[in-house]
Design a protein around this ligand. Sequence first.
Ligand SMILES: [Zn+2]
Length: 90
Amino acid sequence: MKSLVFKYPGDPPQPAIEMNRAEFLTVCPRHPTRIYSGDTVQEFPMAEDEIWCDQCDEDPGDYVLLIGGTRAMCRKCADEFYLPHCRETS
Ligand SMILES: [Zn+2]
């Protein structure tokens, strides 16, 4: 894992971490999606290893850039949108 700081101009800095798929699944365990409607709750279980990129919805494969502790980015979106605004923490 590699810790970075993502700082987009005009926005506060956020932690960013480059990790592989196994590391991501450890840091962010999958949990079922719950949909509440009136008094009923429907649960939609997620596969244990399901990951998608928050930017393009593709499966990120074995590279995940975690932004702000909650958002996962694939390599392509990381390269295009995020890594240009990241720097390594000292
Ligand atoms: Zn993506």
